[in-house]
Design a protein around this ligand. Structure first.
Ligand SMILES: Cc1cc2nc3c(=O)[nH]c(=O)nc-3n(C[C@H](O)[C@H](O)[C@H](O)COP(=O)(O)O)c2cc1C
Length: 200
């Protein structure tokens, strides 16, 4: 599928065929594609919790407004991120670069994040958003459907997946085969309202 068609035909699909399964290899291929999404300073904040346990999926559904996607989709990914990746992983993600580059990056990263909790958190959300969209487009490219979700109790989901204290949850993404056709796209704000030229 051409990338333009994947972008245009991706919709937030609510109904999935629970009998349609993806193999571990197929799921991993989608996740590998998604991991090509960019991350600031190459810090790779994102951590993907792929929930395949049906009992856990049911528990997640109960704290996600009962949304059927959570149990019925072929793959459910809780998109999380490590908030202190800037501090913990800087040595690893720049390993292999020339020494002067490593020294420069490590200084720049420290200046950018240290003592700036809002920046640290914002950065995880940017990375998770880009990853989620990459995952959904990768899925669409393979003829699959998807739904991004933040309609859930974040604290309850954190408990269920044992989220470590230095991590946050951004959203969930369901991927599968649709059984319910999405309603026609409505309510798109006018192009000239959402696209500004040079300044507001
Ligand atoms: C961050 C985010 C959270 C969302 N949460 C949910 C959700 O919990 N349940 C749901 O059915 N759709 C959810 N959606 C899907 C939106 O409702 C949908 O993207 C929007 O209505 C536009 O429709 P489209 O994606 O089909 O173009 C979410 C979308 C985003 C970006």
């Amino acid at each position: 599928m051409h990338i333009d068609e994947a972008i245009r035909s991706r919709r937030a699909v609510k109904g999935y065929d629970p009998a349609f399964t993806l193999s571990s290899a197929e799921k991993d291929e989608l996740l590998q594609l998604a991991l090509h999404a960019p991350s600031a300073f190459n810090l790779q904040h994102v951590r993907l919790v792929e929930v395949s346990d049906p009992a856990l999926r049911q528990q997640l559904r109960e704290v996600a407004w009962g949304q059927a996607q959570v149990t019925d989709a072929s793959m459910l990914v809780v998109v999380c991120a490590q908030v202190d990746s800037w501090e913990q992983n800087v040595g690893r993600v720049w390993e292999g670069a020339p020494e002067e580059v490593q020294a420069y990056m490590s200084g720049a990263i420290d200046t950018y994040y240290r003592d700036k909790p809002q920046v640290q958190r914002d950065e995880t959300m940017r990375s998770c958003g880009l990853l989620a969209q990459t995952l959904m487009l990768a899925a669409r490219g393979k003829g699959l459907d998807s739904c991004p979700m933040d309609g859930f109790d974040f604290d309850a989901v954190a408990k269920l997946i044992n989220l470590p204290a230095n991590h946050v949850i951004a959203l969930m993404v369901a991927v599968g085969k649709k059984t319910i056709e999405p309603k026609p796209r409505i309510g798109k704000l006018p192009f000239n309202e959402v696209v500004l030229r040079n300044t507001f």
